[in-house]
Write a protein that binds this ligand. Sequence first.
Ligand SMILES: *Cc1c(COP(=O)(O)O)cnc(C)c1O
Length: 418
Amino acid sequence: MTPVGQRRLRTDAVHPPHLATMAVRVGQSPDLSDIHCEGLALTASYLFEDAEDAAEKFASRRQGNVYIRFHNPTTAAFEQRLAAMEGAEAAIAVGSGMAAYLTIGMALFKAGDHVILGDGMFGTTYRLFGSYLDRFGVASTVVDMSDLDQCKAAIRPTTVMMVLETPTNPVLQVADLSALAGWAEEHGILLTVDNTLCTPVLQNPISFGADLVVHSAGKYIDGQGRCGGGIVAGGGALIERLRDVLRAAGPSLSPFNSWILLKSLETLPIRMRAHSEHAQKIALRLQAHPAITRVYYTGLPNHPQHDLACAQQTGHGGLISFAVSGDRVQAWRVIDRLELISNTTNIGDTKSMITHPYSTTHGRLPPGQKAEAGITENMLRLSVGLEDPDDVFEDLSRALDHSRLQAVDSRIGSADAR
Ligand SMILES: *Cc1c(COP(=O)(O)O)cnc(C)c1O
C-alpha cells in the first residue's frame, strides 16, 4: 500500500515550481518504514486520503491521525510500550505528571464527588486537589494509607477514587496494594497508584488490582533529567475517557519528549536494577556512619515495611533518605560540602542528586504537617544515580565527616564559652 503522504505529496504538480514552493515541498519523504530506530514524527497535522477520509477521521468513525493535540505516532508508540510494560490495556501520555492528575480529574470527576488521598504523596498533588479541584466541587480527604480503618472511615457515598503513592517520597512508606485494591473494589471506587518511584520495572500496581497507574515520566523513565512528561496506564475504556480530555483541553506531550521517553524505556530495566543495586550498597554504608541517626530505604531489613516492599516490588529503587545527627545546620552543611553529588531537587537521573526536603520540596507545608509526614529538619534525600557507588559514598562520607567535626568543634566552642 502506498503511504498516504507519498501518494499525495507531489513536487511536480506545478511546472516549474517557484523557489518558495520548492522551499516548502521538495525533499519531504513521509515514508519512514525502513528506518530501524523509532521515528520522531515532528508534525502538527496529518494528510488525509481524500475529503471523506478527513470527515471519517474527524468524527472518530475511522482510526487514524488527525491533529497534534491528540494524535502523534511517536507518542502512540511511547503509550503502547509503557502500557505493555505496566500490563495495562492502554496508556495516554500527557505533558507532565501533574497534567496526568489533571486529566484524570477532568475525565472522571464531577462536582460533588469525593476522593481519598494517601498520605506522604508528592506535595503538588495535594495542591492540585486542595486548591483547584476543590474549587470545582471535588472534595478530598487525606488518610494514613497504612491504616485500612482510616480509609474505611473516610469513605462517603460520593467517594469515587482513592489515589496513593508507594513508596512515598521522601520517607519511603509502603502501601499494601492488594489490601487497598480489594477494599476499593468492594466499595466500587477506583484505585489510582502513582508508580513514579518504582516504574513498571520494579512494581506493577495493576497486577495487584489498581485501576490506573500514573507516572511523572521525567523522573526514572527519562532517567537522564532531559525532559518532562506524564503518562497514565489502565483499562481501555478509562483511558479513552482521558483521551477525550486531551482532545478537549490539550495537556499534550510534545512528540520530541515522547521520542526521548520511548527510547528511554529500552534501557529502563537495566537502569532500575543498577539504581537499586547502587542504592542498596550506599544505604548499608550510610547506616554504619557515625554522623547518621536514621536511614530510610525499603531495601534495609530494618525498614518497618521491608517485607511488604519485598512482596510487591522486585527491587527497592534509587531513593534513600537519611537523618544526620544535629539539625538543619548540619544537614545543610553536608549538602554544601558535597563535590560530586548535585544539589538539585529532581529524582531519577543518572547523576546522583541531594536535597533538603524540609526547606525545598516540602517547604510550603506548615511545620505541623511536616512533623506528621515525618519530614524532619535533619533529613536529606538522596537520589542515587549511576556513577560508581563507591565514588558517591566517598563524596557523602567526606561531607558527613566534615559536618560531624564542625559539630564537635562548635560543642567544644560553646563549652569554652561557659
Ligand atoms: C515529580 C512527581 C510528580 C509530578 O510530576 P511532574 O512531571 O513534575 O508534573 C508526581 N508524582 C511523583 C511521585 C513525582 O515524583
